[in-house]
Design a protein. Structure first.
Lengths: 140, 155
């Protein structure tokens, strides 16, 4: 399943809820899968008493992965040529995240159609936690 | 910096996809048309294959997270730590089980900035190239880490 250049227009959007009441356990699950065991993400005692944060928080890369799930559901599997993000705010246990892709441009690259997207993931307060861009190959 | 070898395995891709809550069969079902591929943010899991990775506890070595005390090492170690500021991937093709990637990281630019939320910020860029067995470039990644003077305020 892939997007067709002929059926897209600038300003089109696609959104998904990518996390609901994010659990500490899912953050631990991400630590195990990614290999990033930074205690800031998994160790409440260290993070509150030594590092000075209110609680553990999600890996930026977990939020990028959640955003990527929305993105690949939209553009199709194996279609991305670029995916980049800035982590603009921390994601905390309990957060609910909505991720949106917006069509910024439809153009040709090496004779084949591609779409440029802007990406935004926001929490339940509407605060942006990720802003980004992506490019994906399209069907004609 | 040393080159790392990153053998890409189907079970690792499945566990990674579970952790990001993605049940797309392309990440776990070998019967899917075209075969299994890795999710787009998977390349970062190369950390599993770095023998000296500092954010993984190692047997016989003190760990800075909590045990009997709030931190397992003396003083105030990585008190605020380095946070991830940006991550960018360029895909020349998508990673598959069976790929054995050679991964080379080189430092990029360094810059500083003052911030109201966390004091002086030091940004460090790192470029990572992932090549396959044939020497073909599969993924180019650029990451930016930021070391903060104090914990980030969320006011």
């Amino acid at each position: 399943m892939a997007l067709k250049a002929s059926s897209l227009k600038i300003g089109d959007t696609y959104s998904e809820r990518v996390a609901t009441n994010l659990s500490r356990t899912q953050i631990v699950q991400y630590a195990g899968a990614s290999g990033d065991y930074n205690p800031l993400h998994t160790d409440e005692v260290y993070t509150t008493q030594v590092a000075g944060y209110k609680s553990v928080f999600a890996h930026g890369m977990l939020t990028m992965g959640l955003t990527g799930k929305m993105l690949t559901n939209y553009v199709g599997d194996g279609r991305l040529t670029n995916f980049g993000v800035r982590f603009t705010n921390q994601v905390w246990p309990g957060d609910t995240l909505d991720s949106t892709a917006t069509v910024a441009a439809i153009r040709e690259e090496g004779g084949a159609p591609v779409v440029d997207l802007t990406l935004s993931t926001v929490n339940q307060d509407g605060k942006e936690v990720i802003s980004g861009t992506a490019t994906a190959r399209l069907d004609p | 910096l040393a080159k790392l070898t990153f053998p890409v395995e189907a079970s690792h891709i499945m566990m990674f996809a579970r952790a990001i809550g993605d049940e797309n069969p392309v990440y776990h079902d070998p019967g899917v048309a075209g075969g299994i591929i890795a999710p787009p943010s998977f390349p970062q899991a190369v950390a599993q294959f770095d023998p000296n990775y500092v954010l993984r506890p190692k047997p016989g070595q003190p760990w800075f997270g909590s045990g009997a005390a709030p931190s397992g090492i003396e003083g105030k170690p990585v008190a605020t730590g380095t946070l991830h500021a940006e991550q960018h991937f360029e895909y020349h093709r998508h990673v598959r089980p069976g790929d054995v990637l050679t991964v080379e990281m080189v430092p990029g630019r360094t810059w500083e900035k003052e911030s109201k939320r966390a004091g002086k910020l030091v940004f460090r860029e790192r470029i990572t190239e992932y090549r396959d067995q044939a020497g073909e470039l599969v993924i180019t990644a650029r990451s930016v880490g930021v070391t903060t003077e104090r914990p980030v305020s969320n006011d």
